[in-house]
Design a protein around this ligand. Structure first.
Ligand code: MF3
Ligand code: CO
Length: 259
């Protein structure tokens, strides 16, 4: 999401066991959408076809889309290709062998939200594409490992920043992860950079959507296209975006958007 640039007052919200049960159900639907889209994303299909695949899963599970209609957004997925970082609008674009595709989508079940993204290469990947996506996944994994009671939001940001900068990649400074619950975007902003030990403390039951965004060329700036949504790299280099909805659990972090 776009950084809200607001300061959180007080402690991070905590979800009850019952609320987490429902968030698990929402997360499962998102994971199923991912699985179906991954299988369908082959050369020759359009990004609009993938939006239909995602709608099919939502319908099958009786879930609602949190993307469709969000500030007028016209689809249930974001499909961002190559130099598109996030918020690409699916449509008539035909996917080709070697396209780097980032898919972001979410679902609402009984009023509770899930939100997750993945990056993949359609057809055959280059080593450089593989390294970019693997680094994004490693940054997300490091951030998730930091989601323990007593750690802080700064520990999460620092974990992402450490992996991304060590690999020589950039990360847009004006987009971030977020709290998630009965709205898709809740407090706090979860920045993809940070200082260990800074910021609000994580407690059991805190749920966050963590979303590293990586720019292969190493710059930290992006630009929005005239469609009002699509965010692209300024240097035309490739981008990757991965995201999970994760709860700080008693026995370690639990990823809600994974099967
Ligand atoms: N997961 C996206 C984010 O957190 C939500 C995109 S909103 C939409 O930024 F309107 F583009 F769908
Ligand atoms: Co998100």
């Amino acid at each position: 999401m776009m950084m809200a640039r607001r300061r959180l007052r007080g402690a991070l919200p905590v979800r009850s066991t019952e609320e987490l049960r429902t968030m698990r159900a929402a997360g499962r639907v998102v994971a199923e959408m991912h699985q179906a889209i991954r299988a369908a994303a082959v050369p020759g299909v359009t990004t609009g076809d993938l939006d239909l695949v995602a709608r099919g899963v939502l319908d099958l599970r009786g879930a609602e889309s949190n993307f469709f209609g969000y500030y007028g957004y016209p689809a249930v997925i974001c499909a961002s290709v190559n130099d598109e970082v996030i918020h690409g609008i699916p449509g008539s674009r035909v996917l080709e062998d070697g396209d780097l595709l980032s898919i972001d989508c979410g679902a609402i079940v009984d009023g509770w939200h899930g939100d997750a993204a993945f990056s993949m290469v359609v057809g055959t990947a280059t080593d450089e594409q593989h390294r970019l996506i693997s680094t994004a996944e490693a940054a997300l994994a490091a951030a998730i490992r930091a989601m323990r009671p007593g750690n802080t939001l700064g520990d999460i940001g620092a974990a992402i920043e450490g992996v991304v900068s060590a690999a020589g990649y950039g990360s847009p400074h004006n987009y971030c992860g977020h709290g998630i619950g009965q709205d898709m975007h809740e407090d706090p902003d979860v920045e993809n950079r940070g200082v260990p030990g800074r910021g609000p403390t994580l407690r059991e039951g805190v749920v966050l959507a963590i979303e590293p965004m990586l720019i292969a060329g190493g710059r930290d700036d992006v630009r929005e296209l005239s469609d009002g949504w699509t965010v692209v790299t300024t240097d035309g280099s490739l981008a990757a975006h991965v995201e999970h909805t994760v709860v700080v659990g008693a026995h370690g972090p639990e990823i809600l958007t994974r099967l």
